[in-house]
Each structure stands twice: as C-alpha cells, then as structure tokens.
Design a protein around this ligand. Structure first.
Ligand code: FAD
Length: 463
C-alpha cells in the first residue's frame, strides 16, 4: 500500500467522475471524490435528464390535441408550470440520492466541497482547509455556461436557471442556436411561451447536416418560434418586470427573460493545474492524450473539462477507459468516431456519422433521402413531416452518415448506430427486412439515389 491517503482522488462527481470513482473502488482501490454542488453533475442535476423531462412536458399539449381526432375528448386544457417543475425537481433529487448511494455502496469517500490541486499528489479541500494526498488525481470538473460581454450581460440567465423558474416566463429571448438553445426554444414554445432566438450565424445548429438544420428551422418557425439569424444582441436593459433587448440590426425586443446559450467553458479556473505542470488549452480545457493523461504523470482528466466530445456517454466511457488504463493494466484509447447524437427539439433530430457536407470532403458520396408524413398525422391532421437521409460512400458502398428528423429519431438512430459501427453498407441496409408499418423501415427501403436539381439553363451564367 502506498503512503498516500488514497489511490485515486476524483474532483467532480458528474458523469465521468462518478463512473471512474465507482469502478476504481470496486477494484479495491481507496477512492475519494469531491463535489462542490450536487452529486450527479450536469447531466443529472441540470442537463440531459431534467431537460428531457421538460421536453416530454412540452409535447403533451399537441399530443392531447391530436388525440381528439383519434376519438378522445377531454375538458378544458390547462398547463401548470409549478406542477411540471416540481415533479422534475423531485426526480432530480431522487437521482441525486441514487448517485450518492452508488458511491457509498462502492466504498467511495465523499467530500461535499470544492477541491483544488495542491502539488502533484495533493488535493486541497476548501471546507476544511486541509490537503489530502492521492497516488492519482482525476480531474472531472465539467464545464459551465459562458456569457457574452455586452452592456446588461448581468441580466442573462443560462440553462441552469431555467430549471429553477418558479413561474414560466411569458416571453423569452434566447441568444445562440446550438443544441441547448434550440432545445429550450422548442420546450418553451411547446409550453406557450413567446420565443425569439437570436443568432449571429445564418442557420441554427451549426455542425449538423444542412438538411436537418433547414428542416428543424422551418418546423420551429411553423410552431411560432421567431428565429432571427445573422444578428446579435448589443445591449440589455431592465424594462419594468422584463427586459429591453437591442439587436445589432437595430430591432428592439421586449421579453420576460433573456437566456444565453452561447457555449460552455471547461471548469479549470483556480484549480491549480498549471502549477503542477498540467497543460491547458486556449479556452481553459485540460489537454490530454488518447488515454486521458495530462502533461503531469499521475493526473488524468475526463469529460467536458477536456472539451473533446461534450456528451454524457462520452464522459462515462472516458471514465471507464481511465480505470482500465490506470488500474487494470489495459490501456484503452478513446475512439470518437460514430457518436450518435440527438437534438430534442420538436421535431427531434437523431444523427450518427458524417453530415453530407463532411462526407463530401473526403469521399465520393451518394445521397439517399426521403420525406413523408408519419402515419399518425394522416388522422391527427398535424402538418408534421419525417425526414431520413443516408450518406453512402459511392466507392465502398459503406454508410457514412445516417440522419433523421421526426418522432423517436433518437431511439431509432441509437439502434442504427450499431449497424454503422459494424461497417454496414447500403447493400446491407437493402438486404434488411422492413418492419411494417413503422417509420424506421424507410431506412431499409431507400432505393432512389438523390440527384441535386439540374441548374436551369442560363441561370448559373447570371450567378
Ligand atoms: P459534469 O457532469 O458537469 O460534472 C462535473 C462536476 O464537477 C459538477 O457537478 C461540478 O459541480 C463539479 N465541480 C466542478 N469544479 C469542482 C471543484 N473544483 N471541486 C469539486 N467539484 C467541482 N449530454 C448528452 O449526452 N445528452 C444530452 O441530452 C445532453 N443535454 C444537455 C443539456 C444541457 C442543458 C447541458 C448543460 C448539458 C447537456 N449534455 C447532454 C452534456 C452533458 O451534461 C455533459 O457532457 C456531461 O454532464 C459531462 O460530464 P462531466 O463528468 O464531464 O461533467
């Protein structure tokens, strides 16, 4: 046994830290973890889980309306935000307990305080002004929202505060059109809030396949979300109970709340990492190698703090790989290809592999796509559409990217990701029997290659 207090000290009890701490403790290692807010981290406390519950909540209004055409009737529809947010918070509390007990049962010592690195093997615990020692230190401190610096920036809230609203705002301006901004735009629109999205780019959801971006933008506009592209916020002022928001194009918006969804920054400020030789990137991320090892020999980092692929399953996988590498003698390098991703807007996006635009950079690509009305809409009368797309390597026939917009897109794409991981070709998709009647069957019945529209004679000469 070493002279250190612990074999492993984990800073941050979120997705990556909890997984690593539990697995190492189950191997018989002496493990401690520090958490300065709530055990469970962003995903459980103020990210994926409460957000998805709000998504469910925001969809019921339309679903109940649709049910009428299927013969159901009901009294007056009324939405009570306090009921939804109270129930979401209760579930968050339950999960916080589950995560705490998981650590407890594995024998992980918990410190509910801020921790910082104090020497190559030292961890300083803020609440007791004491330093403990560990053979290995794992930094799993996640990330935090960033706010643009404009006059009145102090009025911005982030996604964190949306989970604490006591009353639902009547209107909200959301700055930023990444997945978090768009998911909240969709949630609030579904709950009857007047939503305006302000974004400096020319389309929402940068980085996703262009078809998906266009389709979701159009669908959100149809649902009443005001998408203001190519513009930004220049200032925010208090205006009675709400705010006056001035845009770069001169427009002035009035809203009950103003949310910044303009990105997140790795939590490394004041952690003491540089002093022990850990290299930080320009945005403060911890620089690590494929095994999550930092520039300091016994210090590793996993999850959002390393700013690789900022998703819960990735942080969990990195935590697992860290334990296998360091404590099981089986070095495990991370693989970031083919990470399936969802955007829980209404309609929902599910996507895995390369966008058409990225696929075309290195491959000769065939595109297969289809758009149709889901069966339930034929009766409900709702104007919803499903969109599906495959980007296929024209030389090898391998499916490089699979994309969907529509109901249950996340569920469908999670399963399809296995096929892509196995290297499925378009011929494999074609040979797979359809499951009828389903939406997903369209992925195995796509026969017609999509051809870009031929330019009208003379029109390109003028361009
Ligand atoms: P975290 O889970 O953030 O945990 C880090 C922990 O460290 C925090 O609890 C923090 O309080 C603590 N901490 C920080 N500094 C210290 C310190 N010095 N001492 C002690 N404790 C410290 N991902 C998905 O895969 N799917 C989704 O649908 C999804 N939705 C999201 C929605 C929102 C609104 C947000 C914000 C994120 C979402 N994410 C989603 C991303 C996901 O939550 C993160 O990728 C994931 O939580 C990262 O895990 P982590 O362990 O790196 O960090």
């Amino acid at each position: 046994m070493s002279d250190f207090h612990y074999d492993l000290f984990v800073i941050g009890a979120g997705s990556g830290g909890v997984r690593a701490a539990r697995l190492a403790a189950q191997l018989g290692k002496r493990v401690a973890i520090a958490e300065e807010y709530r055990i469970g981290g962003t995903c459980v406390i103020r990210g994926c889980v409460p957000k998805k519950l709000l998504v469910y909540g925001s969809r019921y209004g339309a679903e109940i309306e649709d049910a009428c055409a299927f013969g159901w009737s009901y009294g007056d529809l009324e939405f009570q935000w306090p009921t939804l947010i109270h129930n979401v918070q209760r579930e968050v509390d339950r999960l916080n307990g589950v995560y705490t007990r998981t650590l407890e049962n594995a024998g992980v010592e918990r410190f509910l305080t801020r921790a910082t690195v104090d020497g190559p093997h030292g961890v300083r615990l803020a609440d007791r002004d004491a330093t403990v020692s560990a053979d290995y230190i794992l930094v799993a401190t996640g990330s935090a929202p960033t706010f643009p610096s404009v006059p009145g920036a102090e009025y911005f809230i982030s996604s964190n505060e949306c989970f604490q609203f006591e009353t639902l705002p009547e209107s909200i301006v959301i700055l930023g059109a990444g997945y978090i901004g768009m998911e909240f735009a969709s949630i609030f629109a579904g709950l009857g809030v007047t939503v305006t999205v302000v974004h400096r780019g020319d389309q929402i959801l940068r980085g996703f396949d262009m078809d998906l971006r266009d389709i979701v933008a159009e669908a959100l506009r149809d649902r009443g979300v005001d998408l203001r592209m190519d513009t930004n916020i220049t200032s925010i002022e208090k205006d009675g109970e709400g705010y006056r928001v001035v845009l770069t194009d001169g427009d002035v918006l009035h809203a009950s709340s103003v949310m910044a969804a303009t990105g997140r920054k790795p939590n490394t400020k004041g952690l003491g990492l540089e002093a022990v030789g850990v290299e930080l990137g320009s945005n403060g991320r911890v620089v690590v190698d494929a095994y999550s090892k930092t520039a300091a020999d016994n210090i590793y980092a996993v999850g959002d703090v390393t700013d690789r692929a900022n998703l819960t399953p990735v942080a969990i996988r990195e935590g697992t790989a860290f334990v296998e590498t360091v404590f099981e003698g089986q070095p495990k390098a991370m693989d970031y290809s083919l990470i399936p991703t969802a955007v829980f807007t209404e309609p929902e996006i599910g996507t895995v592999g390369l966008s058409e635009e990225d696929a075309r950079k290195d491959h000769q690509v065939d595109i297969y796509k289809t758009s149709f009305r889901p069966m339930r809409a034929t009766i409900s009368g709702r104007g919803e559409k499903v969109f599906m797309k495959l980007a296929v390597d024209a030389v090898t026939d391998k499916v490089l990217g699979l994309h969907m917009v529509g109901p249950d897109a996340a569920e469908i794409v999670q399963m399809a990701a296995i096929a892509l991981r196995l290297g499925a070709t378009k011929a494999d998709f074609d040979a797979t029997m359809a499951l009828h009647p389903s939406m997903a069957e369209e992925f195995v019945t796509l026969r017609q290659k999509w051809e870009p529209p031929t330019p009208v004679k003379g029109s390109d000469a003028a361009a």
